[in-house]
Design a binder for this molecule. Structure first.
Ligand code: SF4
Length: 447
């Protein structure tokens, strides 16, 4: 129990994807706003909140283990996040947890917290910075623009866990973005389940930002964010036709020439089984158009290998697509039968050893493509953002590299730089994923 007059302390364990990270940030911000202290150790905390992930089986296991550890070390645990939406799973494994909520549930978490650890009498709300509490480094931040998803991809249980699309008011999103920039953030990473659908649920309602009307729509939001003078990177962009509208913004330098657009497969039958848009010809045509408008655009996509019923021929069609599309960054996963996913009912599941073999072939092909693309950058000058500095030099990212998932740029003579610096470098070497560079005085040559 908390001794009288001492400030209650909450431990926090944050697991899962960037969307879960943003949920954690919202809860941490509320905790600090109400005067709770955040504790870095189980023993020092009066209670622990575990924000879980429930996307694939290994994530479920990791989350259950984290809850078990928090219970063993502290004893008083509130569970939130995607695994929390499967309340039974958590309670069956760990009946002693104090409360279980689903994802994106700051209010419910705070309610449970108030019940088990009353809030301090005199909250110092002015101690919370306007940009809130962030788990990311100071120079970049995720901005979640919506929650939930209106699609029903058969391999995915996110709509069941997080519900249909709910877009945040555009003025509120812009205010958050502005606060982050004012606090020193140099790169805004726009995330959601489905960024291109932003505003569909509110019929693209017109909101206000700085006294001027602004539509709740991806292109309008991207343009407004682009005026804040920092890097703006779009993630999880579903391949709708309206994606074409943001490419000119990239060519104009308003937002980064980078598109994270999950295609998942290239074969029409498999895409239909996945309930995804099904025309790889159309996709290739659009990629050609995008590159015509913005030649330096970096395209990142994800694919599922060994989806139920995928034949060798259909898999080869995917390889052929990758050869033609020449995507810069590719993430690939073998199909994993997440509990509750509709695709689990499909016939002809691909044996795990065949899935693994296909994944390896796909990654080998993509590694060749990636290495060729990076080799083309040798001798070029480009702008990078510094992530880390030590005595051996600096580690940075170019416009083509999102944090955590893409490559890095190692700057050999960058030991005098500071984290968050924008500098121009000349590329001296490359491998499959990363680049090596030297500082340069020349202006960069991005599109
Ligand atoms: S668009 Fe993404 S979040 Fe929505 S159902 Fe499909 S995979 Fe899941």
């Amino acid at each position: 129990m908390t001794p009288q007059n001492s400030v209650p302390k909450v431990g926090f364990v944050s697991l899962g994807c960037p969307k879960a990270t943003v949920d954690s940030e919202h809860i941490l911000t509320r905790l600090r706003a109400e005067g709770y202290l955040i504790s870095g150790s189980y023993s020092d905390a009066d209670l622990v909140v575990v924000n879980t992930c429930g996307f694939i089986d290994s994530a479920v296991e990791e989350s259950l283990e984290a809850i078990g550890e928090a219970l063993a070390e502290n004893g008083r645990v509130i569970v939130t996040g995607c695994l929390g939406a499967k309340g039974d799973v958590v309670r069956q494994a760990h009946p002693k947890v104090l409360a279980v909520t689903g994802p994106h549930a700051t209010d419910e978490v705070m309610e449970a917290l108030h019940a088990h650890l009353p809030k301090p009498h005199d909250p110092y709300s002015d101690l919370v910075p306007p940009q809130g509490i962030r788990l990311t480094p100071k120079h970049y931040a995720y901005v979640k623009i919506s929650e939930g998803c209106n699609h029903r991809c058969t391999f995915c249980i996110i709509p069941g866990l997080r519900g249909d699309l709910v877009s945040r008011p555009v003025g509120e999103v812009m205010e958050e973005a502005q606060n982050l920039v004012n606090a020193g953030v140099k790169e805004l990473l726009v995330i959601s389940q489905d960024t291109s659908a932003y505003g569909v649920d509110v019929k693209y309602r017109t909101g206000f930002w700085n006294g001027r009307p602004l539509k709740t729509r991806m292109a309008e939001l991207a343009r407004a964010m682009g005026e804040l003078g920092v890097w703006v990177r779009l993630h999880y962009v579903y391949p709708y036709p309206n994606v074409d509208e943001v490419i000119p913004l990239m060519a104009e330098g308003k937002i980064l020439p980078y598109l994270d657009i999950p295609f998942q497969h290239a074969n029409e039958r498999i895409l239909k089984l996945m309930k995804r848009p099904a025309s790889s010809e159309n996709v290739l045509q659009r990629i050609r158009q995008w590159r015509g408008i913005c030649p330096d655009i970096t395209l990142r996509s994800t694919f599922i290998v060994g989806f139920p019923g995928e034949t060798e021929k259909e898999f080869q069609e995917l390889l052929g697509f990758l050869e033609q599309a020449q995507l810069d960054r590719v993430g690939a996963f073998t199909y994993s039968p997440v509990e509750g996913a509709v695709a689990n009912e499909l016939p002809d599941h691909v044996p795990p050893e065949v899935q693994e073999e296909r994944l390896e072939r796909l990654m080998r092909l993509q590694e060749e493509i990636s290495a060729e693309h990076l080799a083309l950058k040798l001798g070029k000058t480009m702008q990078v953002l510094v992530d880390n500095v030590d005595e051996e030099g600096a580690v940075a990212r170019s416009t083509a590299d999102a944090p955590e998932i893409d490559g890095l740029v190692y700057i050999s003579n960058g030991d005098n730089l500071s984290v968050g610096d924008f500098v121009n470098v000349r590329i001296t070497d490359s491998d499959i994923h990363d680049l090596w560079a030297e500082l340069s005085d020349l202006p960069s040559g991005e599109c």
